[in-house]
Design a protein around this ligand. Sequence first.
Ligand code: PLP
Length: 346
Amino acid sequence: MSFFRPEIEALEPYVPGRQPGRDVIKLNANENPYPPAPGVRAALAALDADDMRLYPSAVSERLRAEAASAFGVSSDWIIAGNGSDEVLAWIVRVFLDRGDEIAVVDPTYTLYEVLAAMQGARTRRHPLSDTYALPAAFFGAKAKVTFLPNPNAQTGTLFPEEAIRRLCAGSPGIVVIDEAYGDFAGVTMMPLVREHGNLIVTRTLSKAQSLAGMRVGFAVSTPAIIAGLCKVKDSYNVNVASQAAGAAALADGAYLRATVAKIVATRERFAAALARLGWRVVPSAANFVLVAPPRGTAREWLDALEAKGFLVRHFNTPRLDNMLRISIGTDEQMHALRACIDALRF
Ligand SMILES: Cc1ncc(COP(=O)(O)O)c(C=O)c1O
């Protein structure tokens, strides 16, 4: 006999990227190789013990005010979470009952499916085309919640605004556009939340703002939807240090643009270099590339690269199992990885 709900008993949990010590070149979790904006260090240094003694703002007041100004919406259209994964968990909790269905593309971020399963909801996967374009059936999906990262997780594909508009207009349920990698693409669907009452755009400071360790994410939607999400959040869900660091990062738009430009330039150089070595490189609008080796299996490359001190990501799923997802590090790191790949023989 089990004490667990059947959904939890049967659950295959999400497997996050490994977080080993610092003696590897870590390109497996789409973290940022550059430090956060200088104001973040100053904001954390300004905290004292008394700030730890008291609970933080329950509604992340200053953090949301900075997000409002960075995103161009007012604060009541924003809720802050302990990472955007927490925001995704609220969405599943407030909109899905047992037996409901979510729609996702395949391949994509697998956490959506895991969260839905916890709720007893089913997932309908819509396979992307061979060039990773959206399939027609995705637009007709009658799901309670549709999740789509833009750019897409694992492939880096950017979907056009026209497609997102069609998705929102044709969906009877909620549409979640997960913009975890949006800053690297330089586009956002946030303005569409005024036109489509079923749209939620999620954001994270883990990637472009270099704050993965602080866990700060957001949902942007109508005040009515934000109020509904707020009902299920923990009272003090974002801690004092994360609120201060997040606000400081959001206040420095110039630093963000400079960091993103460096990463995008490195990505393009690295993609071209790998293509010259015969690798298939999926065009990416994010801070990673999905690549397929010209010889040997992805698993063999994964192990060989790890033995040389490079950690990259492999997904053991049908469409990704002979590919590697490589996060973009500094120019020096990517140069070293390219040289290592060139030297490895199978
Ligand atoms: C598409 C996507 N959404 C959300 C997240 C989670 O971000 P956070 O660190 O804000 O929880 C990730 C992390 O890799 C991601 O790839």
